[in-house]
Design a protein around this ligand. Structure first.
Ligand SMILES: C[S@@+](CC[C@H](N)C(=O)[O-])C[C@H]1O[C@@H](n2cnc3c(N)ncnc32)[C@H](O)[C@@H]1O
Length: 418
């Protein structure tokens, strides 16, 4: 447990991007960008990068002895909320809504020290030094002044601080260095989840909880935009995001609808060419990337999850799984995933589904890159070996490569319908 807690409090040592297979990728753009940053930081070492499985770009952090990022040089302090601080540790800039405190006499482009408010106690708009529990996460250049952030009566947007260097030493890099839609910032296990679905041309695929569409677009791209993909999400505003992402990435084979997927099955439905609900045995593949407690996110600097909230997720997951089983064709594949570490939402859901639906059979969630399922949670060793859990432990049953143990916490299981 202590090992897991430590792991969750730190960011992964890599940044991963998915490369859009529908567009062309030129690695010289990345090399040039890193060379420029390297010169600006007065070092001579360029961070290493490489590819996994053609569509996954892995970018390492600056080696320890190439940069001294621990020195807190003189500079004014900007206070950001814990989520924003976590993003900075992963190499992001500071966006305006994340800023909670900034001294009055700052100038544009002034160097600042970025601190994360660890307890959420800093009052928005604080002008004086914050004395609560805070964590130094990096340095940056101020791009917005106080009046833009707090005083002009509108919700601020845009970059407030351009991060120079997070203490994690991860390169500050985002999708914008490439033409639109070429790169997608995506965690490694989420990319693996796409590989597990393995979308092919002409397959009917349902993505039940799809927003913002990172996996939907991955599936579309791996099928060469030739699968027939239905993307559902309960929240109407999020459908706009899915459509935007499809359009940015040049994806056309996706139809997105705002719908509660627990109700996506109806025996009265006429077919799958329009909006939901759908008849039974409609889809070759169903991806259930379930709403979950999200406890696998890294780094986690603060978490306000209550035991009651934690308990609640399995109920909606069960309803979604029940609908998924109905709309899946016999012989089809159902891929269940979460970005959390709790047994209830992962191994517990597999056990529940196998017991509740005798027509379901657990199969290997290939390609297997994560560790086996947890021991002592009711799954046999054979079943543990079929699922993948992304976590820091080394399991002798299937030791995994270091990069797959330094990801966010994640879980993937695959079923087929008999
Ligand atoms: C883990 S996120 C999905 C991430 C997405 N698959 C991706 O890779 O970009 C879970 C999503 O489920 C949606 N959701 C929650 N309950 C739902 C329901 N009953 N029906 C459909 N979508 C739901 C949430 O709005 C949220 O966008």
């Amino acid at each position: 447990m202590e090992n897991l807690q430590n792991w969750l409090s730190l960011p992964p040592k890599y940044t991963t991007f998915r490369i859009n297979r529908l567009k062309s990728f030129n690695s010289d753009i990345l090399k040039d960008f890193l060379t420029t940053q390297t010169n600006e930081l007065h070092t001579s070492v360029i961070p290493n990068f490489y590819f996994l499985n053609l569509d996954c770009l892995v970018l390492e952090r600056w080696p320890e002895d190439s940069l001294d990022v621990t020195v807190e040089y003189q500079g004014k302090e900007i206070i950001v909320d814990a989520l924003c601080a976590a993003a900075v540790l992963r190499g992001a800039n500071v966006f305006a809504p994340g800023v909670v405190g900034l001294p009055v006499n700052c100038n544009l482009n002034e160097k600042v020290k970025i601190y994360g408010d660890l307890e959420g106690h800093c009052k928005r708009g604080l002008k004086i030094a914050y004395t609560g529990k805070k964590l130094f996460v990096g340095t940056g250049l101020l791009k917005m002044l106080r009046y833009e952030l707090f005083d002009n009566g509108v919700q601020p947007s845009g970059i407030a601080v351009q991060t120079i260097m997070p203490i994690s030493r991860l390169p500050v890099i985002n999708e914008a260095i490439y033409p639109e839609g070429v790169l997608v910032l995506q965690n490694l296990p989420s990319i693996v989840c796409g590989w597990v679905v393995d979308a092919r041309p002409n397959e009917y695929i349902l993505d039940m909880c799809a927003a913002p569409g990172n996996k939907t677009t991955h599936l579309a791209e791996m099928s060469n935009d030739e699968a027939i993909i239905i993307a559902l999400d309960k929240t109407p505003q999020k459908i706009v995001k899915i459509k935007e992402n499809c359009s940015k990435q040049g994806v056309q084979c996706v139809k997105a609808y705002s719908f509660d997927s627990t109700k996506c099955f109806s025996s009265n439905s006429t077919g799958i060419n329009g909006s939901p609900p759908y008849p039974s045995h409609s889809f070759d593949k169903v991806l259930l990337d379930a709403p979950c407690s999200g406890l696998g996110q890294r780094p986690q600097l603060m978490n306000k999850m209550t035991p009651k909230m934690l308990e609640s997720y399995k109920f909606v997951q069960r309803k979604l799984m029940s609908a998924a089983v109905q709309v899946l064709k016999s012989g089809g594949r159902l891929i269940y995933s979460t970005c959390t570490v709790t047994v209830d939402e992962n191994e517990g859901m597999v056990l529940w589904a196998l017991e509740k639906f005798p027509c379901l059979k657990l199969v290997r969630a290939d390609p297997l890159h994560g560790s086996p399922g947890l021991q002592g949670c009711g799954l046999s060793d054979e079943q543990r070996m079929m699922v993948q859990r992304f976590s820091p432990e080394i399991d002798p049953l299937r030791p995994t490569e270091p990069i797959y143990r330094d990801t966010i916490g994640f879980f993937i299981a695959t079923f087929t319908k008999i």
